[in-house]
Design a binder for this molecule. Structure first.
Ligand code: NAP
Length: 444
């Protein structure tokens, strides 16, 4: 049986792993739009999170399995290989394409210069080749990060880091230079609900308190608007740990650090205000708990100065050409990973990861999710293998005019990134654009 897995992030790699473990005869091609594997582990995990980044070594072992083949530079859909053609080349296709875009706030001023989605900022410092934006921190002294999830914590931390901490990372040299020259001294991370409802995890939250030359400030009276802050007994253990960390910061003396991170709660963004043709502040409405886990507005407003706004309010899946899609959840309808068309299982089409369950959970959450999908597929194998294929799908992809980057091409990119880093007196430094990645893959 030949299976195509579309996407080489954690969900794609774990799907390939489960498939080869469950079926001793299956051959798996892991396709990716980019010439580089690992999805958000390469292009989403913050560069200073070396331990999480080292998960690439586990994913590498999967892609180097003798029955798994990585094929980069293969786009599925408009401009690439039509999904219907892919179905002809393989017995089954598993879509592991993640959640490719960001949610919108839907407030006036959202698109002012200086207001970015956190995803754009992350793509920039992660050297994503589609990232063309620049100048995030230029001229900014105060930044507002909207949202209190782990991505918000990541971008807040990256804004607060200095040259000494960033230069050992693999971030592109231009982003390193820009962040090293940053004059941002105040970073406000703002949640619309209370501290017990924040989505960040405690380990990530604590890291903010350990940043050099940076103090963390909270407003005790704001935290106390949350009944669970005063009486944490109804909270889950992770929520309680978050509250304890915040309580510690509320009790701490204010220092005199050159940088300050302010964690704010019960403020919902209502408008981004312009100043001199770009964002100058964010206007928030004070909220209070509504007793049902949500909040209601109070009619009181507060503006927080910001020349840089990062909207970090979650990712969103995008529809795939030729596949059903639920716009409310940004996911593909499925039954244990089998794609459902109008409520009926569509033979040979599967999903795993964020496009299956939405953009939640940590990297490890993808393991059981991928296993469930792979198990469904292997259960269906007997029916799927009746389809006759035209031969090695690689020939079929080449006939579509593609020149897939195979594993040796990716290894050439890795060597080029090590050489670039050495030439700059740093460790590995990522290549930041399509041309240099393509050239490196072809040994140019
Ligand atoms: P997230 O965890 O869903 O957090 C989104 C945040 O945006 C929430 O605080 C949410 O508040 C807020 N929000 C949503 N709509 C809003 C609006 N209109 N106005 C104001 N605030 C709004 O999403 P994420 O931070 O993008 O993370 C995605 C996933 O990746 C998560 O599972 C996360 O744990 C994971 N991740 C993990 C790590 C790590 O392990 N180190 C790093 C990065 C990401 P409400 O709760 O009120 O909706």
């Amino acid at each position: 049986m030949r299976v195509a897995v579309v996407g080489s992030g954690p969900s794609g790699c774990y799907t390939a792993q489960s498939l080869v473990q469950l079926d001793p005869g299956v051959l798996v091609d892991v396709l990716d739009r980019l010439p580089c594997p690992y999805g958000l582990v390469r292009y989403g995990v913050a560069p200073d999170h070396e331990k999480i980044k080292s998960l690439q070594n586990n994913l590498r072992t999967i892609l180097e399995h003798e029955r798994v083949r990585f094929l980069g530079g293969v786009e599925i859909g408009p401009g690439g290989v039509p999904a219907a053609r892919l179905r002809e080349l393989y017995h089954a296709v598993v879509y592991c394409v993640g959640a490719a875009t960001d949610r919108h706030l839907g407030v006036p001023g959202e698109d002012l210069p200086g207001s970015w989605s956190a995803t754009e900022f992350v793509s920039w410092y992660s050297a994503h080749p589609d990232s063309t934006a620049d100048g995030f921190v230029a001229g900014a002294r105060s930044a507002v990060v909207i949202g209190v999830g782990n991505v918000a914590v990541d971008v807040t931390r990256m804004l607060a880091r200095g040259l000494a901490e960033l230069s050992p990372t693999d971030m592109p040299h231009s982003a390193l230079a820009a962040l090293a020259a940053s004059r941002v001294t105040d970073i406000h991370m703002v949640g619309r609900r209370g501290p017990s409802q924040a989505r960040f995890t405690t380990k990530e939250l604590r890291e903010l308190g350990a940043l050099p030359d940076t103090e963390v400030a909270v407003h005790a009276e704001e935290l106390a608007l949350d009944p669970a802050y005063l009486d944490p007994s109804p909270l889950s253990a992770p929520q309680r740990r978050n509250v304890e960390v915040l309580r510690g910061w509320a009790a701490a003396e204010s220092g005199r650090s050159p940088r300050r991170i302010s964690l704010r709660f019960f403020l919902r963004p209502v408008e981004l205000l312009a100043e001199g043709g770009r964002v100058g502040a964010v206007r928030f409405e004070r909220t209070v708990p509504d007793g049902r886990g949500g909040v209601r507005g109070t009619g009181e407003f507060e503006a927080i100065e910001a020349q840089l706004v990062l909207r970090s309010v979650g990712y969103l899946g995008v529809p795939l050409e030729g596949l059903p899609f639920d716009p409310a959840t940004g996911t593909v309808p499925h039954l244990a990973g089998r794609v459902l068309r109008a409520g009926t299982v569509s033979p040979g089409e599967y999903v795993a990861g964020w496009i299956k369950r939405g953009p939640t959970g940590v990297i490890g959450t993808n393991r059981p999710c991928a296993k469930e999908t792979a198990t469904s597929l292997v259960e269906d194998a007997e029916t799927l293998v009746h389809k006759s294929l035209p031969g090695d799908p690689l020939a079929g992809l080449r006939a579509e005019g593609l020149d897939p980057v195979e594993w040796t091409g990716w290894q050439a990119i890795e060597r080029a990134e090590a050489a670039l880093g050495a030439s700059l007196g740093r460790g590995v430094v990522k290549l930041p654009d399509w041309q240099s990645l393509r050239d490196a893959a072809h040994g140019l």
